[in-house]
Design a protein around this ligand. Structure first.
Ligand code: DC
Length: 228
């Protein structure tokens, strides 16, 4: 039987990665965070001192000479940029914006989507991102679109960054998320949108436990149809 693919798309701060990680553990699926790949490209562009919004040609050229890979350990996914483990270096607000900028470049998307499709065949997987159900894996058995109000998403992202020891303020985090919402949903290639056949789940006002339970129940019900 073909492996099972569960895809979780949605805007920044909707809780995709936190929830996907927990659910992947529960179902013993491999969790693949595609945002980390765009972040690695964004990090390389920043290290080259490129303007991620306007140095499109330079970034396209950079894509001929970039090596992005992932591995999975007990502590989850690690991402490597040209052989260097950049897992913790990609979580800054600057890299978030750079990732969103470079993700609008078709050449970047084509390269990363091809890598993601290969990874998706290796195991039963949960993959999260923006275009996974609509573009990367349109035939995935279970598609979920996870969303929440801008205030809830900004608050969650703010708390996460503070917890990771970063000095940020709530209004800046909210502005970054708004910027990325517009950027990610207005780009020409594979924009953020609700994929055809996706179950839409709004987690506004939920605790993490409530959202995890909701998604677990939804996935269990869907899986029972496929595993019959
Ligand atoms: O999920 P994230 O916040 O780590 O993603 C960072 C950026 O990468 C996001 O603003 C848009 C881009 N992205 C994308 O375009 N497609 C994906 N499948 C995943 C992320």
């Amino acid at each position: 039987m073909k492996n099972i693919q569960i895809v979780i798309d949605g805007p920044a701060g909707a809780g995709k990665s936190t929830i996907s990680k927990l659910i992947a553990k529960k179902f013993n699926f491999l969790y693949i965070d595609t945002g980390a790949m765009y972040r690695a490209v964004g990090l390389k562009a920043l290290r080259n001192n490129f303007d991620t919004k306007s140095d499109t040609e330079k970034i396209i050229k950079m894509m001929d000479d970039i090596d992005i890979s992932i591995s999975h350990g007990d502590d989850g996914q690690h991402i490597y940029l040209d052989g260097e483990d950049v897992t913790s270096k990609i979580r800054t607000p600057e890299v978030s914006i750079a990732a969103s900028d470079v993700s609008a470049i078709p050449e970047v998307r084509v390269k990363l989507a091809s890598l993601q499709r290969k990874l998706a065949e290796t195991d039963n997987i949960i993959m999260d991102g923006r275009d996974i159900g609509s573009y990367v894996l349109p035939n995935a058995q279970i598609k979920i679109f996870l969303t929440a109000s801008i205030e809830d998403r900004a608050r969650r992202r703010y708390e996460e960054l503070i917890q990771n020891g970063m000095k940020v303020n709530y209004n800046d985090v909210k502005a970054d998320i708004k910027y990325r919402d517009t950027n990610d949903s207005s780009r020409k290639v594979a924009p953020l949108k609700i994929p055809e056949g996706a179950i839409v789940i709004d987690t506004t006002g939920n605790t993490l436990e409530q959202s995890v339970r909701l998604l677990t129940d939804t996935i269990k019900e869907r899986l029972s149809c496929f595993l019959k």
